[in-house]
Design a protein around this ligand. Structure first.
Ligand code: ADP
Ligand code: ZN
Length: 614
């Protein structure tokens, strides 16, 4: 029997309105159409197949690439009273058989499967049986970008999913991903044979995430200050992720944060599997842990209450930056994306690209150009003095009408300096000295310092000697860092970091381009900005005691039931309870996130806690 989408939304999930395209997508799939859904993290993709799964007769088959992800989704659905199961390699034979029996008997609303399991002859037989008895509701292909050979989440088994439309042409398919770029989208359509599917493309804006990018001075100290000032002063026991490029740096940073009183755990591919699983499990279940990780920690982290994502190293591309920062604030509450970067990072990444092996299906030169362009776009984002969000979205082809007001540059417009003339002087000094010296010596020449080396090389006789005495050494260092970051000069590490001109420098030398750089924010500026940001994101007037007690209750309940805390209730739901002080079950039912099943299971207990706090 088919049920109305709104009815299911309210009764099962406890929400009163659909977000964005959800309703249109659900209507389309429930009516039997194929769909490709591109929606940012936190946009609410799961409901797009979960609601039609309950509207259509039979079982929905959900293909999901990660065991942890399946497990959490199934736990959350069961908490809402939905008949959901999963099949993957983590199950013992008996449980797997029981699940197969339930599936055959038509007892399941949703079944999550790993792609390699789906492709086994045994499972395809089961699906044939379901189709023949009209018990197959739909196929959902989650994290559909895993078919893309360009991305680092590539899963070869996803390619075989193209047999679904051949074998089950009458069954609707919905593919979902949070990857925004055009190339991946086209690849999904082509490889999954979704040419006839309707595309639903949401805005990729994450309005609740505040973007901040700073230049590195003392990065770990800057990170600690960020966590203390921007996060811990506002929220108690907050979860966050800190990304680093290398395994060693992950371990060192985690240890350092621990020494400074932050509960931090390391995570990278070099750790034994059990430790990785244990750390991931603790991060998901416990309140307020900071995970220091390489990008090995990523997909499948569907924890909704991650309050910040920090980068201690530049990611390789805007796509990477967007995906990684996107793990913050899935629940829609205010969250922070913070990054510290330096021109040195850029040099290191360029070196890695230049010494890399290329990628599957690309010759080396194409790969190099591709990877360098992607990195340069990210450097542009780090360097910009305009709204970060605007630039980020523009990269994905989205236009925004006005600056966002929720990034560092909007909150506190940086001072800029026209460095065009200084940059030209520096470039000509690089050229006149024969492109064989590092920044230190070049600065001496520019500033007219008669050092031993200057004398030895007779550089005091050059036309560029002393033409930059108006700027101090610190400012010249900054100019050279910018020249490197913009790839106007390249660094030869084999030859004592000698600088040489690149093709990119030509327009600047010819006077066809300028160079504007941001000046570091002054102390006064910063505190004003911090105050402004803090005021904006305190969830208005939440009675702290009740909220904290509800969190303690939730932590205990989650532990008893062996599920992550957010599977019981999200922070946003607890916050709304703490604001509303519900007195009756009816009052409680009005709160977003409390469906019939949870009302029955937990309603009385919650009312008890509320009453005790009056
Ligand atoms: P995604 O998979 O796109 O990252 P999820 O499906 O995990 O997003 O949803 C993100 C959060 O938003 C979840 O906590 C979910 O419960 C919540 N959510 C989704 N749709 C709605 C809605 N219509 N009303 C209220 N909350 C919603
Ligand atoms: Zn902005």
């Amino acid at each position: 029997m088919s049920r109305d989408a709104h009815d299911i939304l309210a009764r099962v999930f406890g929400y009163n309105a659909f977000h964005g395209d959800q309703q249109a997508i659900i209507g389309h799939v429930a009516a039997g159409g194929d769909a490709l859904v591109l929606m940012p993290t936190g946009g609410g993709k799961s409901l797009c197949y979960q609601v039609p799964a309950l509207m259509r007769p039979g079982t929905a088959i959900v293909v999901s690439p990660l065991i942890a992800l399946m497990h959490n989704q199934v736990s959350a659905l069961r908490e809402a009273g939905v008949a959901a199961e999963y099949l993957n390699s983590s199950l013992d034979l008996e449980s797997a058989k029981a699940t197969e029996r339930a599936l055959r008997a038509g007892k399941l609303d949703l079944l999550y499967v790993a792609p390699e399991r789906l492709m086994t002859p045994r499972f395809l037989d089961l699906l044939d049986h379901l189709r023949d008895t009209e018990q197959l509701a739909l196929f959902a292909i989650d994290e559909a970008h895993c078919v893309s050979q360009w991305g680092h989440d590539f899963r070869p088994e996803y390619l075989q999913l193209s047999i679904l439309p051949e074998r089950y042409p009458a069954i609707p398919r919905i593919a979902l991903t949070a990857t925004a770029d055009r190339q991946t989208r086209d690849e999904i359509i082509q490889r999954l044979h979704l040419g006839m599917a309707r595309c639903f493309i949401s805005s990729f804006d994450r309005p609740n995430i505040c973007y901040t990018i700073v230049e590195k001075a003392d990065p770990r100290r800057q990170l600690l200050n960020f966590i203390r000032n921007e996060i811990h002063s506002r929220f108690t026991r907050t979860a966050g992720i800190v990304y680093c490029l290398s395994r060693r740096k992950v371990e060192e940073t985690a240890a350092w944060l621990q020494e400074h009183g932050i509960a931090a755990l390391p995570y990278h591919a070099g750790l034994p599997t059990e430790i990785r699983a244990a750390h991931q499990g603790r991060f998901l279940r416990e309140d307020g842990l900071v995970m220091v990780a390489t990008i090995a920690f990523g997909m499948g982290i569907d924890k909704p209450d991650v309050r910040f994502v920090a980068h201690l190293d530049l990611p390789r591309s805007i796509e990477g930056y967007y995906q990684e920062t996107g793990r913050a604030g899935r629940d829609g509450l205010p969250a922070q994306a913070w990054m510290a970067w330096s021109a040195g990072d850029v040099v290191q990444l360029r070196r890695m690209i230049d010494s890399g092996e290329g990628e599957a299906g690309m010759d080396y030169e194409t790969y190099r150009r591709f990877a360098r362009n992607r990195l340069d776009a990210l450097v542009g984002l780090a360097e910009t003095t305009a709204c970060r969000r605007r630039q980020l979205l523009a990269y994905f082809g989205e236009e925004t009408a006005a600056p966002c007001g929720n990034c560092d540059n909007c909150a506190d417009p940086p001072q800029t300096w026209d460095a065009t003339e200084a940059a030209r002087k520096a470039l000509s000094c690089v050229y006149r000295t024969g492109q064989r010296y590092g920044a230190g010596h070049l600065i001496d020449v520019l500033r007219g310092e008669l050092t031993d080396k200057v004398r030895e090389k007779e550089h005091e006789r050059l036309s560029t000697f002393g033409i930059g005495s108006d700027l101090d050494e610190k400012r010249w260092r900054m100019v050279f860092r910018q020249l490197v970051a913009h790839d106007f000069v390249c660094v030869d590490h084999e030859r004592y970091n000698a600088l040489a001109l690149t093709e990119t420098a030509r327009p600047l030398l010819r006077g066809e381009a300028g160079l504007f750089v941001r000046l570091p924010a002054g102390k006064l500026h910063r505190s004003k900005r911090q105050r402004a940001m803090r005021e904006r994101s305190i969830p208005g007037g939440v009675p702290a005691t009740l909220f904290e007690r509800l969190r303690v209750w939730r932590a205990n309940t989650a532990q008893d039931r062996n599920v992550p805390a957010y599977v019981i209730f999200h922070d946003a739901t607890l916050r709304d309870i703490a604001i509303a002080y519900p007195a009756t079950l009816d009052d409680l039912h009005q709160i977003s996130g409390i469906g019939e099943h949870k009302l029955e299971a937990y309603g009385k207990e919650i009312l008890g806690i509320v009453a005790a706090c009056r």
